[in-house]
Design a protein around this ligand. Structure first.
Ligand code: HEM
Ligand code: CU
Length: 658
């Protein structure tokens, strides 16, 4: 039974901008990105000064080989200053002072239109979705440029573009930026934007928390990037202690940024969970929830349960480096195994934080393009929940080679291989849906098919690395590299692209060029496989990760891979070109339902009006009844007054009877 607690005239999100009763201030006095930058700079300078002051007096306190209170405290106060500058605390302070929040009902006027709202701490989930979208594209392209640099270096085994030190820094930046920021590449833009629309709600549960989760990401990005100015970090994205404790000061940027992103994940996940539990429209039973929403909920649970462990680990690392703790220092009673366990207790669920949203998108696209009901809908939902649950019981497969108690290996080998069962559900659902369907090979569908193809290779190669005897030889080689790029780049990023072509017309009211889209798909698909497939062989031949030199006989394959990867980079550029071309120059309007989808989000105008639905809709049937004779419409978008009251009292009666 759905819990239908949404009042009929749900109030819009409250505002965060203190306008008092005096009318709006001029734009430059209103909190937005410029005041946030100013706040961050002032905060950094203050923290730096404070760190030097304290560091000079208490230098002996640190265990790390480098004293870095100035940088660390600089980051802490920069984050605080950034948030103050954004106006995050304005409403809170008003309430503490006994004044009502600036806007109690409905969105502030300057938030419902205009470009400026995208540069603000906005409480509209659609604005936050777009902010996330643009942010994620920027982060992804930056990390992608690092990948191009890595592949440039690997063109030759002996002639070097970078020093070995810079090479490791680039690998660390690329890996960390991808892993931490891409964790929100789908939940951020699509989850925040679409979940309320898909469940028939006017808003998310916690607009302030949602906005905060986004505005932490630019800081995490900049802090991670700034590490390059202070010598980077030489330990890849995993940050293993004791290496990360002994490393130079750039290691603080790594821990600070990753920890901050962990907080953002917790906040984003928490908001999605509560929104889906409490804000579903009447009739939106759990059994009618779109599969994409199921994937968002299971991802959100992973975020909320796994990310705190990461945050803990990162701040323990910071403490070990900057204060006299010894969590991870063996000679003082700590353990570097503790770090590895904490890291991977987050790190493994993280890979499903990256994979599940991809499953959600493709499962949403295929029934629409096959014009058939999603085959075995409940199995799809169960698969996602199963993956979520199991992914907390496998983390030690990353420690097979670490020397930790080997008796544990069989258990973790078993749990790891078990995970292929719920993952297999997702494939079964797809196969059943494709069966005898007249498939429309649109751009989103092509990307969905690409994702199934690539993820399969990623998954099958995963069976090898989950196997202890195989893993002991493959661990640390390019084989593992090829494996996880197949799952993340080939799975998540392909699904993300499919989602962009599918939902951007909804979000922007603008059609993307489909011919360019097809070109992009084919170049991306071919160059992706041509980049990563040979890396399995390169790995089997023994080329180690994170090393800038390799055996001369591997040069041909490496050159092949590098050149393919430049094409891969070019295919992403093709998307950016298409995006700018279609949204800025051509602007072909897309108002209706171009894919003829039954999704609730497609039943309203594109882009959706400020408060999504005029009235809270009443959902009448599931979202996938394509081609089912006599299937009722998805929802009544204009239910007669009183329906909600009836629904609420009905659910109250059911509860009383139970
Ligand atoms: C244009 C596509 C990409 C290319 C060409 C690429 C290339 C590479 C290369 C060559 C390395 C290994 C360097 C070495 O170990 O010596 C690497 C590492 C890595 N990449 Fe990518 N990558 C791409 C996209 C991605 C994406 C989308 C993700 C995840 C969202 C990702 C995550 C990682 C991670 C986690 C590492 C490991 C870093 C470490 O060892 O600490 N990459 N990438
Ligand atoms: Cu794992």
């Amino acid at each position: 039974m759905a819990i239908e607690t949404q009042p009929e005239q749900a109030a819009g999100a409250g505002g965060g901008i203190a306008t008092g009763g005096r009318g709006p201030r001029p734009w430059w006095m209103r909190p937005a990105i410029h005041t946030a930058i100013a706040g961050a700079v002032v905060g950094y300078l203050f923290g730096h000064w404070l760190g030097n002051l304290l560091g000079a007096n208490y230098a002996y306190v640190s265990l790390g080989d480098y004293i870095n209170w100035d940088l660390t405290l600089g980051y802490v106060f920069a984050i605080v200053g950034w948030l103050i500058g954004l106006g995050v605390f304005n409403d809170l302070l008003r309430q503490v002072a006994g004044r009502p929040p600036a806007i109690a009902n409905g969105l502030p006027e300057h938030e419902t239109s205009g470009l400026a709202r995208y540069f603000r701490y906005s409480l509209d989930h659609k604005v936050v979705g777009i902010q996330y979208l643009v942010g994620m594209i920027i982060y992804f392209c930056t990390a992608g440029l690092f990948a191009m640099a890595i592949r440039t270096e690997l063109l030759s085994p002996v002639h070097h573009v970078f020093t070995s030190q810079i090479y490791v820094e680039l690998v660390g930046e690329h890996g960390t930026m991808m892993m931490m920021l891409m964790s929100s590449v789908i939940l951020g833009p699509f989850g925040n934007y679409l979940v309320p629309l898909m469940i028939g709600s006017k808003r998310v549960a916690f607009p302030r928390i949602e906005a905060l989760s986004f505005w932490l990401t630019p800081m995490a990005f900049l802090i991670l990037l700034s590490s390059l100015m202070v010598g980077g970090f030489p330990f890849g994205w995993t940050g293993y202690a004791p290496l990360s404790i002994q490393a130079t000061i750039g290691a603080n940027s790594y821990a600070m940024a990753f920890g901050l992103m962990g907080i953002s994940m917790i906040l984003a996940g928490f908001n999605i969970i509560v929104t889906v539990i409490c804000y579903r429209a009447p009739g939106m039973r759990w059994s009618r929830l779109p599969v994409f929403v199921w994937s968002m909920v299971s991802t959100a649970f992973l975020m909320v349960l796994a990310a705190p462990v990461l945050v803990g680990g990162m701040y323990m690392l910071l403490m070990d480096r900057n204060a006299q703790t010894a969590f991870f220092t063996a000679r003082l009673g700590g353990s570097s195994y503790l770090y590895q366990n904490l890291f991977w207790f987050f790190g493994h669920p993280e890979v499903y934080i990256l994979a599940l949203p991809g499953f959600g998108i493709v499962s949403e696209i295929i029934p629409v393009m096959c014009r058939k009901p999603l085959f075995a809908y409940k199995v799809a939902a169960a698969g996602m929940i199963g993956v979520s649950l199991l992914s907390f019981f496998v983390w030690q497969h990353h420690l097979f080679d670490s020397g930790i108690n080997p008796d544990m290996r069989p258990l973790f080998m078993l749990t790891t291989e078990l995970i292929s069962i719920p993952t297999g559900f997702i494939y079964l659902v797809a196969l059943g849906t494709f069966w005898k369907a007249k498939i429309r090979f649109t751009v989103p569908m092509l990307f969905a098919l690409g994702m199934y193809f690539n993820f399969l290779i990623g998954g099958v190669s995963g069976v090898f690395v989950s196997d202890v005897p195989a893993d002991t030889t493959e661990h640390g080689s390019f084989f593992v590299m090829a494996h996880f790029h197949y799952t993340i780049m080939g799975g998540l990023i392909f699904a993300f692209m499919g989602g962009l072509y599918y939902w951007l017309p909804k979000m922007m009211g603008i059609r993307l060029n489909q011919t360019l889209g097809k070109w992009q798909f084919w170049t991306m698909f071919l160059s992706f496989n041509s980049t990563f497939l040979p890396l399995f062989a390169v790995g089997m031949a023994g080329q180690p990760r994170r090393v800038f030199e390799y055996a001369p006989n591997l040069q041909f394959l490496n050159d092949w891979v590098s050149i393919s990867s430049f094409f891969l980079g070019g295919s992403i550029l093709l998307f950016v070109i298409n995006f700018v071309w279609s949204t800025v120059f051509v602007r072909e309007r897309e108002v209706g339902n171009p894919w003829e989808s039954r999704g609730l989000e497609w039943q309203i105008a594109s882009p959706p009006p400020a408060d999504n639905f005029d009235r809270i809709p009443v959902v009448l049937s599931g979202p996938y009844d394509y081609g089912v004779p006599g299937a009722p419409p998805v929802a009544d978008l204009n239910p007669p007054p009183g329906v909600l009251t009836a629904a609420i009292s009905q659910s109250a009666t059911v509860k009383a009877e139970a």
